[in-house]
Design a protein around this ligand. Sequence first.
Ligand SMILES: Nc1ncnc2c1ncn2[C@@H]1O[C@H](COP(=O)(O)OP(=O)(O)OP(=O)(O)O)[C@@H](O)[C@H]1O
Length: 799
Amino acid sequence: MVSEQSTEQGHVSVVVRVRPQTSWEQESNRPRVVQVVSDCLLVFDPEEPRPPAITAGFQGLDSAPRRKGKDLTFAFDRVFGESAAQVEVFENTTEGLLDAVLNGYNCSVFAYGATGAGKTYTMLGSEKDPGIMYLTMAELFRKIEARREQQRYEVLVSYQEVYNEQIHDLLEPKGPLAVREDPEKGVVVSGLSFHQPRTAEQLLKMLARGNQNRTQHPTDINAASSRSHAIFQIYVKRHDAIAQDLQVGKMSLVDLAGSERASVANTRGERLREGANINRSLLALINVINALADAKSKKPHIPYRDSKLTRILKDSIGGNCRTIMIAAVSPSVVSYEDTYNTLKYANRAKEIKLLMKRNTLTLDYHISQYAAICEQLKAEVADLRGRLQAYEGKGPLGNPHGLTHSGPEEAELVRVKEAGFGHPGDRETEAQPELLKPGCPSSSLGGSSLKQDSGRKPGCSITESSGPVLPQGNMPVGQQRMARAQLERLVATVLSVARKQYSVLKAASLLTPDMIMEFEELDHLVPRQSGEPPRAPAADQQLEEPHTVPKVALPLEGPRFANDAERASAAGSSGSPPTLPAPSDFKTPHLPTKRRKRTSGGTTPSGRHRPKRQRKASPPPQQVSSPEGWAVLVGADCTSTPLVERMKSSPTGLPALPPCPPTVTEGRVPLGPSATQNCSTPLPQRGLNTTFELSKNPCAKSGPEFIGWENLQQLPNPLGGPLLPRASMPVFTMKGSSIPRSSSLASRPSMKRRRQVTGSHSLGVPRSRIARLQGNSAKAAQTTDTAGGPSCGTAWRWR
Ligand SMILES: Nc1ncnc2c1ncn2[C@@H]1O[C@H](COP(=O)(O)OP(=O)(O)OP(=O)(O)O)[C@@H](O)[C@H]1O
């Protein structure tokens, strides 16, 4: 692919070279019809008396206007008189193009003129007096040598002729070659050989050999008349060591066959046919020149296809090609008409406009990009190797990831690390894996959730500050106790603030039943969070070996209290922080009714409108077997409540660390009453063990300190069954205020939707990475399936 980087405008340069008279012209004392006035001016057929020098051998020139001078003045870019040396012509024409060729431009030099006008002499020259082709190559090699340190060049040459409308390779003669146009390469002569001369001397030999293959035949005008158009092309490929680009310049040196008049050249037979083809192709060239000169539009029709010559030279005449036309003329009156026509066409060619564009192969840009990509891939491979070695070094044999537990959480943790989140140098992703705690769902580790540090669900990282918390699976017992102590202090602080708020609101009579309920919940939950020693062995086991905990139903809640006083007494005796003062105006019997109304939408007893609960995405709540008994409604999730919003906006600025409800499961299928709650109640027929598991979080515990607000938090069963408790309804949630107050359950569908979205989104990031690590992808996928919707942080975001 060739790109065009820079352009230059200009016109075709036209120079005229007047050859010296031949010996027989001198002997015949023929009058001159060309007078060189200056380096740029000549006068054709000047008005001056000429002696009648027509001899008997040149009857064909009798019609030449000897007496009647045209006296036409032509101006060209350069005019070389009869005494001009080859080097002078070269230095004032082709040499100026060499730099352009070396910089990736196309250039061409044509020698145009009548037969015997000196075209071949100018272009090829002789061994003693080499012409432009040789001088060009010699200078080209010299320039390349001078630039050797900056750039690296390669030179290729080809030499072909167009004879009788057929293309022949002059350096490797074979059959006629076909010409075609390649959309990327331009004009291509199929089968044309390219050669790489190392020195100018090699090139000179090549030219001599090629010229021997060129079709030449003597005519009356030229004893060595070239019967073909010779095209010598030089390709210069430049490799720039700094810019890493590749530029290819092409120079075409063309020695056209001379137009001839059969009557003058006295051609017959084959020579006559040759002359006809020569003239036809030259006519096509003239038409091309005229069309290019007359081109007004951007895409004029140029009749390149009228001849093989013009087809080959399509990209070497005007346009994107610095072009120099060397018009060779004879000064003798014998070539009066030919000289006149040549000067006219040369003068016409001056009008051809050029728009030179540098040819740069974009391939080299790709190569430079490949180099960068290779370096990037190398770095990535090295990084992956290092991480793999780190995993292998940590873990026991057969467990390359250093996991002591085979639970899904570790697999998830590994998956996240493998997904690149722990990439060195990435501060955000470096820190995130440390925030991971076994039990945190996979979805919380996704890209989006990683960016929202605060989005982790409470309990996933137990810390008073924002410092990282090591996964408990790897955390020593001492550290776990310290973390727990921090949690207790934090919860105690939060509880204190809540109490103050409660008192203020109560004094201002601003408490609503929902708020009361929420404070009650807080009061209920906090003691369990705030450091009560775990009672159930399973709970301790969860802390240290969370992945060995079997999936069991949650235990029953603690004993019920008949009233607030009893509840407060029980809480105080348990050693937990004092509970909230029980609202005296709290009427427990009202709440079931209120709940029923709320679930069906409409208006609450207080007159506020409550949105209708969206049951569609919510799993069916567990039916309670007995009105007196509590079943843990694990489907309740951590959703936002106004209390949290108020606390977040509290002047204390304390972080609202929400307690965590018992672990929820993927399906959010409510857990049936456990044996300790109601041994006679059969468990639901659905696969509880596959859908429920206990949270490692101490807040998941339920026990004696659970304040019996059964009536307050009973919810109507949509199936018409007994009322459902919402004991596990979280107090601190993260959702925005758009969620209706006290609508934790109502927000469950949205939570589920959010979880689904989060899960898919977050998993989308690692998935592509995992694809590279086949050995772990299946494990990760399995993890997602088995623990995809569990407890903490699945869709939790701090807002
Ligand atoms: N500048 C010059 N100085 C000396 N001799 C020249 C010069 N130009 C041409 N000649 C001589 O003129 C004769 C014809 O020149 P040349 O063969 O180059 O003509 P031509 O244009 O190539 O003719 P044709 O088209 O038939 O091939 C040759 O003998 C050549 O040596």
